[in-house]
Write a protein that binds this ligand. Structure first.
Ligand SMILES: NC(=O)c1ccc[n+]([C@@H]2O[C@H](COP(=O)([O-])OP(=O)(O)OC[C@H]3O[C@@H](n4cnc5c(N)ncnc54)[C@H](O)[C@@H]3O)[C@@H](O)[C@H]2O)c1
Ligand SMILES: [Zn+2]
Ligand SMILES: [Zn+2]
Length: 361
């Protein structure tokens, strides 16, 4: 099968032939139908905040059709439409048992070191980025990376539920727990930020302020539910948000991954407010907070994959989409082929992708 393989970090993915093993115990082979391109794929290429052993197949936001299942697979069957998520769960570690399966810390689902690798090229093992490696015609993953979905949602849209939408909506609903009637600011309106906006709309936030550098992205943010927009290229983002909601918002989100915008999101947060960082920030980054921030009783949170229980959350998001409460169509700007991936990554890096670009197979 053909896959986009990264050999060095920093580096570029190159499409080449990769061999896929038969599914082992608890494993599932999936024919990839579509995979969204997330900014975390770029972080992995640059080694920013996300460090991964090479060579690996890039990509982590897929949907597809189950082709074959290994012994012991119970949750999906051949022919099922599935969405895959990197938040693989073992079901028995302390985090899984206390409802935080998105922080599962065992590696039960990985193959034993002495076993043949799932993927190899020219006889050498090829890793899968975060256990998925979805810029590939075929994926071999754990059953606990997968959930079956209603095929009524096209897989070129459902794939977004594997990362960007799960993360963004989950950051609003699960991590920050945006309340009805509250005020919200979202800094960064890419695929993840737009999903936070849609999550805030699902939670019946009263005001949703979108902040980005690009007017086209801000227009898209309005279509996702933003009530007000701020262009941070032409305006002071913090002052503009404070002018729109005097005293600051109840819930602020950072969906870029830059220290300066994390700092801005904290400054936009009002009395008793919650600031949630969704962007992946460099591990060595440092931040400042003041005595006034403390006195105002602000809370700082980080949202890992939207604090998901994806096997329950993704089918629920599908129902929201089918009922018209969650708009996946508006998020997808382009469908392109695997050979277009390097160009799409360059566009994402340059800030030229509106919403999400999706690679289809
Ligand atoms: N926490 C998680 O589990 C998780 C999951 C998925 C993605 N992420 C991270 O979320 C972040 C966003 O991902 P994405 O795919 O939406 O990226 P993206 O590149 O599609 O979107 C980023 C947006 O931020 C805007 N932006 C850049 N600088 C800005 C500034 N100074 N002020 C205002 N807006 C600015 C850009 O115009 C763009 O619209 C990335 O860091 C990604 O790695 C985190
Ligand atoms: Zn992602
Ligand atoms: Zn676990």
């Amino acid at each position: 099968m053909r896959a986009a393989v990264v050999d060095t970090v920093p580096g570029e993915p190159r499409v080449r032939d990769v061999d896929v093993d038969e599914p082992g115990i608890g494993e599932v082979r999936v024919r990839t139908v579509a995979s969204g391109v997330c900014h975390s794929d770029l972080h992995a290429l640059h080694g920013h905040g996300v460090v991964f052993p090479t060579p690996f197949v890039l990509g982590h936001e897929p949907a597809g059709i189950v082709e074959a299942v290994g012994p012991g697979v119970k949750n999906v069957g051949v022919g099922d439409a599935v969405v895959a998520c990197l938040s693989v769960y073992c079901g028995h570690c302390a985090n899984c048992l206390t409802g935080k399966s998105y922080r599962c810390f065992t590696d039960d689902y990985a193959r034993a070191p002495e076993a043949p690798p799932r993927l190899c090229a020219a006889g050498d093992a090829v890793h899968q980025f975060v256990g998925l490696g979805s810029f590939a015609e075929t994926m071999l993953v754990s059953q606990h990376n997968l959930v079956a979905v209603d095929p009524a949602v096209p897989l070129s849209r459902a794939c977004l539920l594997g990362c960007g939408v799960l993360t963004g909506v989950g950051a609003a609903l699960n991590t920050a727990q945006v309340t009805a009637g509250s005020t919200v600011a979202v800094v960064g309106c890419g695929g993840v930020g737009l999903s936070v906006i849609q999550g805030a709309r699902l939670a019946y936030a009263r005001r949703i302020l979108a902040v980005d550098l690009d007017d086209a992205k801000l227009d898209l943010a309005r279509r996702c539910g933003a009530t007000d927009v701020v262009n941070a290229r032409t305006d002071d983002a913090v002052a503009a948000v404070q002018a729109l909601v005097p005293g600051g918002v109840d819930f602020a989100f950072e969906a870029i991954g830059a220290p300066a915008t994390v700092q801005q999101a904290l400054a936009m947060t009002g009395f008793g407010g919650v600031m949630t960082v969704v962007g992946i920030v460099d591990h060595a980054a440092e931040f400042a907070f003041t005595g006034a921030d403390l006195l105002m009783g602000k809370t700082i949170k980080q949202s890992l994959m939207g604090s998901n229980r994806f096997a329950a959350d993704i089918p629920a998001l599908v129902e929201h989409a089918l009922a018209g409460r969650l708009d996946l169509d508006v998020m997808v700007s382009a469908e392109q082929s695997l050979d277009d991936l390097p160009a799409v990554l360059d566009q994402l890096e340059a800030g030229q992708v509106l919403g999400r670009a999706v690679i289809t197979f």
